[in-house]
Design a protein around this ligand. Sequence first.
Ligand SMILES: Cc1ncc(COP(=O)(O)O)c(C=O)c1O
Length: 427
Amino acid sequence: MTVLDPGLGLGAGATPTAAAKRCLADLALADGHPLFDVPRSASNLATPDVERFLAYSRRFFDARRYTNTGPLSVELERRLAHLHDVEHCVTFASGFWALVLALRALALPGHDEVVLPSLTYRRMADVARWASLVPRFCEVDPDTLAIDASTVEPCLGPDTAVVLAVHPIVNCCAVDEVEQLARARRLPLLVDGVESCYETFHGRKVGSFGNAEVFSLHASKLINGFEGGYLTTDDGDLAAKLALQRGFGFNGHDNVEHFGINAKLNEIHAAMALANLDELEDQVVDHRRRYHTYRRALAGIPGLRLLVFDEREQTSCKNIVVELLDDWPLTRARTLELLQAEGILARAYYAPALHQRPTAYRTIAGPLPVTERLAERFVLLPSGSRVSLTDVTAIGGLLRFLATSGAAVARPGGDLTEAAVAAGAHP
Ligand SMILES: Cc1ncc(COP(=O)(O)O)c(C=O)c1O
C-alpha cells in the first residue's frame, strides 16, 4: 500500500528541483531553473505492487492463456461488474473501441445521428464516425460543464439514433434526467463514465445508468491496465453481442455470427488492471490527500477557481481542474506556456471544443456559446500517482506568484528576460 507522504518517495525528481519563484528572472521562460526537472503530468500512472502484478501474470503464463477470454480477463469482468453494481461487464482493447461497438449496437436502425457534447474528449467525434454515425453536438451546463436534459432535448429529432452522455472530469453530469429523457423519447442512451469510474451519482454507482456505460483502462485513468476498456450493463443480450463482436464476431471455431473486429483485452493488461483494482481504495486515499493539498495551496489566489468535488458522493478526487477567471492576469495560452516551461504539464481542458475542430467528415452543430466560452477557461493541472504533496504545494506557490506578477509576463511568446529587466527583477 502506498499512502502519500509529503515527499512521496519517487526517487529523483520527486520534489521540486528549483526553489520557489520570487522574481520574474526565476521563471524558466526567463532562463531560470525549471521548477521540475522531471515533468509532472496529469496522467495517473498508478503503479501497483510489482509482486502482485507478477503473481497475477504468473497465472496466465502458467496456463498459457494469453488472450481470447483468458482466466484473468474473465475475473476482471466479474470484479468490475461487482464494482459497478451491474450484471455484466465486457472488456475491450480500449475505451475507444468499447464506445464504437456500443454505439453501433445501440443506434436505432435507419437513424444516423448521435447527440453528444462538444466540450468533451478530443477524439469523441471520431468515435461517432467509426460507428457510422453523424455527431450532433449539444450544449453543456455551465456549472457541471456537462450535458443535461435541457441541453440534449433541442438536439433530438427524427434522425436521432442514440444519445451519448459523457461525464465531465470533476463530478458527474445530470445523468438521471438524461436517462429519463431518453426513456421518454424511446432513445437508447450510452454513458461515457471514463473519468467517473469510482463515482456515485445521487448515491447510485456510475456504471449502471442508461443502456450501458463505457470506461477506460488506459494508464492515465484511475484503473491502469496499461491500455484497455470495458462496458457495464444489465442487458445480457447487449453484453453477449458485444463479447462476440470484439472477437471477430466468432461464436465457436470459425463460426462467424456477427460483423466484428479484434478488440479483445489480453491477459497481461487484465493482470495489471486486477493488481491496480486490488489497490484502488489506497489509491483514492492518496488522490483525496493530493486534492485537499491543492485546495489549501490554491486557496485565495485571485483569478483562480479550483473545481470542487462533491464529497457527499463517492468520488475519486483524481482530476485537478482550475478555471481562469476574468481577473487572472494571463491568457490561458500564456499560462500554459509558463507552466510547461517549469515542467508542469498542464493542459487546456477540452479545447478547442469538438465543433470548432476541422474534421474530414460531416458533423452538425447549432450555436454553442456556452461551450465556446468554457473551452477558453479551464486548465488541467498535474495529479496522479507521480505527483507528491510537496509538488502540489510548489505548483500552488508558482500560481500564486503568477497571479501577482502575471501582468509583467502576459504577452504570449514575449521576451521574459526583457520583462524581468523592466520590472527591475533581473540581475
Ligand atoms: C472521456 C473519454 N472517453 C473515452 C476515452 C478513450 O479511452 P481509451 O484511451 O481507453 O481508448 C478517453 C480517453 O482519454 C476519454 O477521456
